[in-house]
Design a binder for this molecule. Structure first.
Ligand code: URA
Length: 223
C-alpha cells in the first residue's frame, strides 16, 4: 500500500474505534488530516464541540486562532498535518451544558495507537504540541508549560519537538485579562516563528537524505 492508502485504511479503522467509553458519547471520531508528507505535525489535546460535529480537527474557535497564528508566521495549514492526542470529544456536563475537559490517562492510553501510526505514516520532522496534555505525551509527565514551552527538544530519532500554549487557553484569557492575553498571544506567535524557521532548515521534500523516517513514540508511559 502507498502512503495515502495506508492513511485511508488507518483512518477508516479509527473512525469505528471502540477502544474507550468516549465511543458512546461522540458524534464521530475526529481523525488527523493534512499533508501526508508534512514536515510539521501539530498535535492538540482532543476535539471540541465543533470538531465533534464536523469531524475535522481544529475548525472551531481555537482552530480559527491557530489559523491566524499560522498565517501571521507564513505557515500554510495545507502544508501541515493536524491531529490530536485523543480523537473523540471529552467533555464534562456542568449546569446541563457540555464543556471540554482534558483527556484522562486511560483515554490517552486507549487512543495512543492512532497517533503513533499517524506519526509513522507522515514522518514529521517537527512536532508542535499544543497545550500540556499533548506536550506531556511527547515530553513526559514532568513537562511544565511555564518552564519548558518554546524550547526545542530533539528526539533520539532526529525529530524536533516544541510545545506551546493551547489556543483555547489563549482565547479564555482574552475575556479575563487583556494584558495576559496579549503577552500569551505574542509568545504563541514567537513559538510559531521558531517552527517556521526550523521548517526552513529542511529541504522541501521533507525527507532529508539519511532519514530512516523513524518516529517519536508518543504516550510512552515510562517518560
Ligand atoms: N482543541 C483541540 O485540542 N483540538 C481540536 O481539534 C480542537 C480544539
Amino acid at each position: 500500500m502507498n502512503k495515502t492508502e495506508t492513511y485511508l485504511t488507518l483512518r477508516s479503522t479509527a473512525l469505528q474505534c471502540p477502544r474507550c467509553h468516549l465511543a458512546q458519547t461522540r458524534t464521530q471520531v475526529v481523525f488527523g488530516e493534512g499533508a501526508l508528507d508534512a514536515l510539521v505535525m501539530l498535535v492538540g489535546q482532543g476535539p471540541g464541540r465543533v470538531e465533534d460535529q464536523t469531524g475535522r480537527p481544529f475548525v472551531g474557535p481555537a482552530g480559527r486562532l491557530l489559523d491566524q497564528a499560522l498565517e501571521a508566521v507564513g505557515l500554510a495549514r495545507s502544508d501541515l498535518y493536524v491531529t490530536n492526542v485523543i480523537k473523540c470529544w471529552a467533555f464534562q456536563t456542568v449546569g446541563g451544558r457540555r464543556q471540554d475537559r482534558p483527556p484522562t490517562a486511560a483515554e490517552r492510553k486507549a487512543c495512543a495507537i492512532w497517533l503513533t501510526q499517524e506519526i509513522q505514516i507522515v514522518k514529521p520532522r517537527i512536532i508542535v504540541c499544543l497545550g500540556a496534555p499533548a506536550a506531556q505525551a511527547f515530553l513526559g509527565s514532568r513537562f511544565k508549560m511555564t518552564t519548558d514551552r518554546g524550547r526545542w527538544h530533539p528526539t533520539s530519532e532526529g525529530q524536533w519537538v516544541i510545545a506551546t500554549y493551547h489556543p483555547a487557553y489563549i482565547l479564555r484569557l482574552k475575556s479575563l485579562d487583556a494584558v495576559a492575553y496579549e503577552r500569551t498571544w505574542q509568545a504563541f506567535l514567537d513559538d510559531f516563528r521558531q517552527v517556521a524557521a526550523k521548517a526552513r532548515e529542511f529541504p522541501k521534500t521533507g525527507t532529508p537524505e539519511g532519514s530512516a523516517g523513524q518516529s517519536a513514540s508518543p504516550l510512552s508511559s515510562s517518560r
